[in-house]
Design a protein around this ligand. Sequence first.
Ligand SMILES: *Cc1c(COP(=O)(O)O)cnc(C)c1O
Length: 468
Amino acid sequence: MDGQSMKKKDIHQNEVLCEPFRIKVIEKIQLPNIDQRIKILQKAFYSAFYIDSKDVYIDMLTDSGTGAMSDEQWAALMKGDEAYVRSRNFLDFETSVQEVTTYPYIIPTHQGRAAENILMELLVNPGDHLISNTFFDTTRAHVQNQKAIPLDLIVDDLWDFKTPKPFKGNFDLAKLQAALERYHENVPFILITILNNLACSSPVSMANIRAVRELANKYNKLVFFDACRFAENAYFIKTREPGYQDKSIQDIAHEIFSYGDGCYMSAKKDAIVNIGGFIALKDETLARRCQELLVLYEGFPTYGGLARRDLGAIAVGLHEGLDEAYLKFRTGQVAYLAELLEQEGITVSKPAGGSGVFVDVSSIYPHLSEDKFPGIALACDVYIEGGIRIAAIPFHLNCVDPGSGDLVKRNFEFARFASPRRVYTQSHLDYVANAMRRVKANATKNKGYRLTYAPEVLEHFFAKFEPL
Ligand SMILES: *Cc1c(COP(=O)(O)O)cnc(C)c1O
C-alpha cells in the first residue's frame, strides 16, 4: 500500500468517504499552465476576486450558491409555474419552509442579504447595538448601514485553532450578559448565526441557544436566526452534543427554531440552490411590514425577486439539505481535507466545521507579519501551485469586556478552503492537499504583499495588491 492510500485509511478509521450520489452531468475544468497562472495572477492584482472562473481549476472561494443541484431540483426547475401571484412553486416553497422551520409566515427574497436589508431597515435605529455570536460580513455591513454597532459576542475559543472544542461558534454567555446589562435599551434583537460561518464555520450548541433565549427573555428581546447552515449545525449537534444522538436532523432543527422568533436564510447554502433566500417569522404584524418593504425592493410577496422555478428548486433543496447521509458525507469531506492539511504541518481549526477548512496562515508563513498579508500570500501561492482559488479575509470584530461591557476590538485572520456542496470528489481534495504540500515547502520564499488599493466598504472584495 502506498503512503497516500495509507493516509486515507487512517483518517477514516477504515471507513472510506463515499459520495452518496452518482454524477450524471459534468462540467469541464482546465488547469492553465504555470506561465499562464503567473500572468493571470498579476493581471488579477494578486486577488482571488479578480480571477476569471475559467482560469480556476478547483474553486474553493465560497460554498455560497456554488453547489450542484440534484435531478429532483432540476425537475422542479423545469416545472416552473411562472404566475406572478400564488404560483404552484410558491406554494411548494412556502410549505417546505414552514415544514422545515415551523414558522408560519414565509417571505421569499432573492438571497440572504436582501432579507437582512429588510429586517434591519424595519427593526434597527441609528446608535443601536446589534448582538450576535458573530456577524457575517454582509450582515455587519447592513448593521453599519443603519448606523448601528455590531457586537460579536463569540467565545475566546475561536482564536485557539489548535485546541479542539466542539462548539467554537457559541455565544460567550458572560459577554452576552454584560452587553445586555449595559446596552439593553438599544438592542432591537439578538441574532444567532447557525452555524457560525466566519467563526471557523463552527456550530452553536443547543444548550447555548437555549441559554441565549433565556437571557433574551430576561431583557424582553426578540431572537432571530441567521439560518444559512442550520442543517449542518443540527448535524453537529447530533454528532457532538450529548442527548441528541438518536434524534433526526429535522427534529433537532425544529428544536433550534423553537427558541427563536424567526429566521432568515440564504438558500444558497444549506438549501443547495444557486440563488434564493427567505425570511420566516412567527409574528404576523412583522411579516406584513416585511412584505411592504419586499414589494419596494424585491418583488411581490409570492416571488420575492426570484423566478418561480427558483422557488421550486429551494422547496426540494431544503429537504435534501437535511438528509443525514448527505450531511455525513459533506462534513466528512471538510474533515478529510482538514486532516490532510494537518498532516502537512498546517494548523487548521479543530474539529473541522461546515462551510470549509479554516487555516491559521501563520502556521505556513510565520515569517510574514500581518501588514505583509500572509493570507494573500497563501491565496496567491495556492493558485500558482494548483490553480486553486481560496479566500483569505482578515476580520475586525467588536467584542466586549465580560466585566464592564466596554467595547474591545479584536482581529480574526484566517484563510478558508470552502467546500461547494456535491461538486468535488475525494480526488479533488487529494489534489488540493498535494498542492498545499508544495506551498508549505516553498513558503519562506514568499516575501509578502503590499496593498495598492482598498475602498472603505467591504474592502476585502475589491482590494488590490502587489508582491514585495
Ligand atoms: C452567505 C451568508 C449571508 C448572506 O447571504 P447571501 O445569499 O450571500 O446574500 C448571511 N449570513 C451568513 C452566515 C452567510 O453565510
